[in-house]
Design a protein around this ligand. Structure first.
Ligand SMILES: NC(=O)c1ccc[n+]([C@@H]2O[C@H](COP(=O)([O-])OP(=O)(O)OC[C@H]3O[C@@H](n4cnc5c(N)ncnc54)[C@H](OP(=O)(O)O)[C@@H]3O)[C@@H](O)[C@H]2O)c1
Length: 302
C-alpha cells in the first residue's frame, strides 16, 4: 500500500484510509463478525489508518474496533503503535447540534479512548463546524488534550477554507487534515478553495463517501437519470481502456488531484476493500480526468 506523510508530523498514513462508520452494522453478533472480517481484510491489505467518530453506530463502531484490537494485541503486542487511529467529535444529538466546548470535546475523547481500548488518538478532528465556536477555547482544549498525551495531532472535518484559517490562526501547531465530502457528485472542493488551501498550507484533504454518486446515491443527490447515464457511459468507456471497474476509476479520479487526496474506503466487503488498492496503480490520463468531469457536468469545459 502506498504511504503518505502528513506534512510536518510523524504520521505516515496509508494512502487509502479505512472508514469505520459501517463496521458495527446493527450491532448484532453477525454484523459484528462481518465488521471484524472487514477490519482484518483492511489490515491485511496494508491499510494502517482507521477513521472513527464518537457517533458512528452510537459508539458501537469504536467498541468493535477496541474488541478486535484486544484480540490483535495477543497476536502482535506492538500492533497499536503500527496504526494511525483517528476519531472525531463535536456533533451531538441531545441537545442538537454542535458543541466544541472544552467539557464536551474532552469527555468525548476520553470515551472514545475507552471504547477503542487505546491510550491516545493519533488524530482528533472536529467533526462539523460549530458556527458558535470560540477559537480560543478550542485552542486551549487542543493544548490540554495534547499535554495529557490523549491526542497527538489535530485536524478538522467539513470546514470551509475560512473556518480552517480562523481556527489555525488561534493554534500553535498545524492542522493536519480537512476531512470533506469529495466524490463525483460533490465537487465543490474543486472550486470553493478547500483543495487549494490544503496545498497551500500542507493540509491533507481526506475524502469521505468517495463513491457517493456511483456506488450509491450521494448525500442530497441532484443527479437526474440522464446525468447518471452519461456518467455511467463515460465510466464504462474508460473502464475498458484502463481495465478496471467504474468505482476504481472514481478513486483514481480523486487520487489524480495534486492536493494528494486520501479517500476513505467505507466498504465492509473484504473483496472491495482489497480491490480498492488497484486504483493506486491506475495511471490516469489528464484528458480522461476532464472527460469524466464533463460527463458529470453535462457540458464541455470552456
Ligand atoms: N467526516 C464526515 O462528515 C463523514 C461523513 C460520512 C463518512 N465519513 C467517513 O468516510 C468513510 C467512508 O464513507 P462511506 O462508507 O460512505 O464510503 P464509500 O466507500 O463511498 O461507500 C461505502 C458504501 O458503498 C458500498 N459500495 C462500495 N463499493 C460498492 C460497489 N462497487 N457497488 C455497490 N456498493 C458499493 C459499500 O457497501 P458494502 O459495505 O456492502 O461493500 C458501502 O455501503 C466512513 O466510514 C467514515 O469513516 C465521514
Amino acid at each position: 500500500m502506498q504511504k503518505i506523510n502528513f506534512t510536518s508530523s510523524s504520521i505516515t498514513s496509508s494512502r487509502l484510509i479505512y472508514g469505520c462508520m459501517r463496521i458495527a452494522g446493527d450491532n448484532t453478533p453477525a454484523d459484528k463478525a462481518k465488521g471484524k472480517l472487514a477490519l482484518r481484510a483492511a489490515l491485511e491489505a496494508g491499510y494502517n489508518h482507521f477513521d472513527h467518530a464518537d457517533i458512528y453506530g452510537g459508539g458501537h463502531c469504536e467498541s468493535l474496533f477496541g474488541e478486535l484490537l484486544t484480540e490483535l494485541k495477543q497476536e502482535t503486542p506492538t500492533i497499536r503503535e503500527q496504526l494511525i487511529i483517528t476519531s472525531k467529535a463535536g456533533i451531538r444529538f441531545e441537545p442538537q447540534r454542535y458543541d466544541f466546548s472544552t467539557d464536551y470535546l474532552t469527555t468525548s475523547v476520553e470515551n472514545s479512548l475507552k471504547r477503542l481500548n487505546v491510550d491516545y488518538l493519533d488524530m482528533f478532528l472536529l467533526h462539523r463546524p460549530d458556527y458558535l465556536f470560540n477559537t480560543e477555547e478550542v485552542a486551549q482544549t487542543f493544548q490540554q488534550l495534547k499535554a495529557s498525551g490523549k491526542v497527538k495531532h489535530f485536524g478538522v472535518s467539513n470546514f470551509s477554507p475560512s473556518q480552517v484559517s480562523l481556527l489555525q490562526s488561534a493554534l500553535d501547531e498545524p492542522l493536519l487534515v480537512n476531512q470533506i465530502e469529495i466524490n463525483i457528485h460533490n465537487i465543490s472542493s474543486l472550486t470553493d478553495g478547500s483543495l487549494d488551501q490544503c496545498q497551500q498550507l500542507g493540509i491533507t484533504p481526506i475524502a469521505w463517501c468517495p463513491l457517493g454518486g456511483v456506488a450509491y446515491p450521494a448525500w442530497g443527490n441532484t443527479f437526474s437519470t440522464a446525468d447518471e447515464e452519461r456518467i455511467a457511459a463515460e465510466l464504462a468507456r474508460q473502464g475498458e481502456q484502463y481495465n478496471c471497474s467504474p468505482w476504481q476509476l472514481i478513486l483514481a479520479w480523486l487520487l489524480k488531484h495534486p492536493a494528494n487526496i486520501c479517500p476513505i474506503i467505507g466498504s465492509t466487503t473484504p473483496e472491495r476493500i482489497v480491490a480498492a488498492k488497484q486504483a493506486l496503480a491506475i495511471e490516469y490520463n489528464h484528458a480522461d480526468w476532464y472527460r469524466l468531469l464533463e460527463a458529470r457536468n453535462g457540458y464541455a469545459q470552456p
